[in-house]
Design a protein around this ligand. Structure first.
Ligand code: FEO
Length: 167
């Protein structure tokens, strides 16, 4: 049975993952309507990944005797100056998600809930990859600069950037 403190923290994390999925979705729509088809593909796929992160938490809460709360998500920004702003927002968002996950892990230790602590290690590892990927993309964008040819290649290749990390 989950301690109330842990159950509440996990439900907050469910809300954050749901918000993440929604945020990536609004970014995908922006990218697709700006002609960045590769970036849109990457963001649609990432939105789906975030939904899976949310569902994994929901199933865990229910299995452990809690009740997962289906989150209400807010509309995020729908307009961006450019790709740099999109990926800077993603890095800032993922850094915040990492902090929240670390807080849940900390609460698990305080409550001596080693089962949830063990479960959360998957999220700890996932956040290392997500932050690294956002930084890698920002580095590549900086390299491309204002070169239209380089941006074309960036848009074409972005779906492969995380492939090595996820293999
Ligand atoms: Fe599920 Fe990007 O954090």
């Amino acid at each position: 049975m989950l301690h109330d403190t842990i159950s509440n923290a996990l439900n907050e994390q469910i809300g954050l993952e749901g918000q993440s999925s929604h945020t990536y979705l609004t970014m995908a729509v922006w990218a697709e309507t700006q002609g960045f088809d590769g970036v849109a593909e990457f963001l649609y796929a990432h939105s789906e990944e975030e939904r899976q992160h949310m569902l994994k938490l929901m199933r865990f809460v229910n299995e452990r005797g809690g009740v997962a709360q289906v989150p209400t998500v807010q509309a995020g920004a729908t307009d961006y100056v450019g790709l740099k702003e999109v990926f800077e927002s993603i890095l800032a968002h993922e850094t915040k998600v990492t902090e929240c996950i670390n807080n849940v892990v900390d609460l698990c230790l305080q409550a001596k809930d080693y089962t949830t602590h063990n479960f959360m290690q998957w999220y700890v590892s996932e956040q290392i990859e997500e932050e690294a990927l956002a930084r890698k993309i920002l580095d590549k964008l900086a390299l491309a600069g204002d070169d239209h040819g380089a941006m074309y290649l960036f848009d074409r290749d972005i779906v492969t950037f995380g492939a090595a990390d996820q293999a």
